[in-house]
Design a protein around this ligand. Structure first.
Ligand code: C5P
Length: 408
């Protein structure tokens, strides 16, 4: 259905020198069949892997590699292609081209066109598992992400080297689908049921006092609203947050304590495709709740005995079916990456959102946040700069979309 949205669209397909370049022929064919106009740019190394003749025949346009045609001296303006494009997709994107894009090394037509492209750029990396896992590649991909590129994550499987791991370019059919969805404005979250927890929990001591925390719920509400905008049906189990607004497709289930939050979440979880646990749940509650106000003069209470609250994330993680995705949050002061990764594994999460505590403007109460996303499927963590919580919600949901789209 969404393929119709590609009709008449100008797509620049950038091809780098990797074995996966043969799959790009299929991508070009799919784009042409969907009515797009395609202009292929190859890096010099790409010509060793697939012939320009194949791609020019399939695209119906001469393939560009050099800044000018040797025998005629005809100049190929990179600016022109960058402006012509409604979208640019680089598939396969090698470690070297990703590095050049991240640092602006414009020594070929592909990178110059990228730098002058005002349209959305999609990057489908393909490389050997160790190159993919190298911190340099992770750093460069994070730079491209912060510069606005959409990274189409490589899948895990057997690689050209016969090693098995993450680095295989996503299948051309799926890259095509991502482009089609982009132009159709449709999301893989459309029609899905999302369960989101947000805000603090209040654990009553007596009718007027509680143990709580400074969570405002802003991050969870931003995710709920953005998910609803993408067509999801959203159940938002919310602790006490005061005045925060939600859009129409969000059903708010107000709760107060961790036990109430668990009960409400378990109920919705049965039909949830994706669950995002953004609530700051109190780890402990008073062992005893007084049903009348504790009086200093009479009761003389000096200590409150605490008991552990249920861990909602771990409880749902233990019940999770193969087709369900579970996302948690982490707020860590020391060794943040290690602790977040440990939580990801222990609670059976698919992704964890690590909030920064050290950056000004990030965390509780602010309208901005700075996050790193850590994944269970072995892909590299993705770091984002300080952004508004609405923008962070979009980044989180873009990555949740890629979790839904990837076969498990
Ligand atoms: O263990 P920690 O509280 O740091 O874990 C944070 C993640 O676990 C968050 O996603 C939070 O919503 C979730 N959590 C939970 N129930 C608890 C404690 C945390 O769902 N009792």
């Amino acid at each position: 259905m969404s393929a119709q949205a590609l009709q008449g669209k100008h797509i620049v397909v950038g091809v780098c020198g990797g074995i996966a370049a043969y799959k790009t022929a299929t991508l070009v064919r799919l784009l042409i069949k969907a009515g797009a106009e395609v202009q292929v740019i190859m890096t010099p190394a790409a010509r060793e892997f697939i012939t320009p003749l194949t791609l020019s025949t399939l695209s119906g346009n001469p393939v560009i590699t050099e800044f000018f045609t040797a025998n005629t001296g005809e100049w190929h303006s990179h600016v022109q292609l960058g402006l012509w494009a409604d979208a640019m997709v680089i598939a396969p994107a090698t470690a070297s081209t990703i590095a050049k894009m991240a640092t602006g090394v414009a020594d070929n037509m592909l990178v110059t066109s990228y730098l002058s492209c005002r349209a959305q750029v999609f990057v489908a990396p393909a490389m050997d598992l160790d190159m993919m896992a190298h911190p340099t590649t992770a750093r460069n991909l994070n730079t491209l992400r912060s510069d606005g590129c959409i990274i189409i994550e490589p899948a895990a499987g057997e690689l050209a080297s016969h090693l098995v791991g993450r680095g295989r370019m996503e299948e051309p059919e799926r890259i095509f689908e991502r482009l089609a969805q982009y132009f159709a404005g449709s999301s893989s979250l459309a029609g899905k049921h999302l369960l989101i927890t947000a805000g603090p929990t209040y654990e009553r001591i007596d009718p007027v006092r509680f143990i709580g925390n400074f969570s405002t719920g802003k991050m969870g509400y931003a995710i709920a609203n953005e998910a609803a905008r993408r067509g999801a049906r959203v159940t938002l189990v919310s602790g006490p947050v005061g005045e925060l607004s939600t859009v129409d497709d969000v059903t708010v289930v107000p709760v107060e304590s961790a036990e109430q939050m668990l009960a409400a979440a378990e109920k919705a979880f049965a039909t949830a495709d994706v669950t995002v646990l953004a609530a700051a749940v109190a780890d402990y509650r008073p062992a005893r709740q007084f049903d009348r106000k504790i009086k200093r003069e009479h009761d003389g209470i000096e200590q409150i005995e605490l008991v552990k609250n249920p861990d909602i994330a771990a409880t749902l993680g233990a019940q999770k079916a193969d087709n369900q995705r579970l996302v948690g949050f982490a707020l860590e002061t020391d060794h943040p990456m290690e602790h977040a990764a440990e939580k990801l594994a222990r609670k059976h999460l698919d992704m964890i959102v690590l909030n920064s505590l050290s950056d000004p403007g990030a965390g509780f109460g602010f309208d901005t946040n700075k996050v790193t996303l850590i994944f269970a499927d072995g892909r590299q963590p993705a770091s984002f700069p300080l952004k508004t919580k609405a923008e962070v919600a979009a980044d989180i949901l873009n990555n949740i979309e890629s979790l839904i789209e990837l076969p498990q």
